[in-house]
Design a protein around this ligand. Structure first.
Ligand SMILES: C[S@@+](CC[C@H](N)C(=O)[O-])C[C@H]1O[C@@H](n2cnc3c(N)ncnc32)[C@H](O)[C@@H]1O
Length: 217
């Protein structure tokens, strides 16, 4: 972690975000369910055996643990110690190894390792300024040829209100992602509507954006 980042983040709302998410994750059960995200499951066969993967803001571990169960070498972090404790408990129950840390996207040392894949599933807590920093970090954490996999909500989700931040400037469009990642080779960039059933937090008809980008060699 960067040495001065905790202080810097505290000024930018670290404590609020942490307690907000800790409170949400303190209820019994898993807020986003036990099953991995469906877009991730559909794309996982693209990963070579034994890939190194970083899951950003992984929550209670459903996606990191799924990838670990496939034999990948997974690192993950989340701002909520409550979520990370639940993820570690699930990992122990299933006999899976995942390097799970408590960190904010602004604390994470994106330069520490180059990954074969980086995952950002519903990381729309980020306002435009934080999103810029996070996307720069995720891109720099990829090795050349590596894959960035994202799923998020589009502005249409404001009509459905079946999950997500409910703030227009946190939501994704294809144009926005093209602007944020101008060097990306897009393997998938698709806005669509679908039914979600992810725990108690993402439930019902939803406006989604699926994105898979390759970092040029
Ligand atoms: C919508 S949840 C998605 C969790 C997980 N990716 C999943 O799909 O199950 C958003 C996650 O972002 C985490 N989070 C919020 N702000 C964060 C920050 N600044 N840095 C890292 N994680 C953060 C929350 O604790 C929460 O686990």
């Amino acid at each position: 972690m960067k040495p001065d980042s905790t202080q810097q983040s505290a000024a930018g709302g670290f404590a609020d975000a942490k307690s907000h998410w800790d409170q949400r994750f303190s209820r019994p059960g898993l807020l986003f369910g036990e099953q991995p995200n469906r877009f991730l499951v559909a794309q996982a066969p693209r990963l070579a055996p034994g890939s190194t993967v970083l899951s950003v803001a992984d929550g209670e571990g459903r996606n990191a643990l799924y990838l670990a169960s496939l034999g990948h070498r997974v690192s993950a972090f989340d701002i909520s110690p409550v979520a990370v404790a639940k993820a570690r408990e699930l990992a122990a129950q299933r006999g899976l190894q995942v390097d799970m840390r408590v960190a904010s996207v602004d604390d994470w040392d994106w330069s520490a390792q180059r990954f074969d894949a980086v995952l950002g599933i519903f990381v729309q807590f980020a306002d435009p300024a934080m999103r810029r920093r996070m996307f720069d970090g995720m891109w720099s954490a990829l090795r050349p040829g590596g894959l960035l996999l994202l799923q998020g909500y589009t502005p249409r989700q404001l009509e459905f209100r079946t999950g997500g931040p409910g703030k227009l400037d946190h939501l994704y469009t294809s144009e926005l992602l093209r602007e944020l990642l101008p060097q990306a080779q897009w393997l998938e960039l698709r806005e669509h509507e679908d039914e979600l059933a992810e725990g108690s937090a993402h439930v019902g008809h939803s406006a989604l954006l699926d994105a898979l980008a390759r970092k040029p060699e």
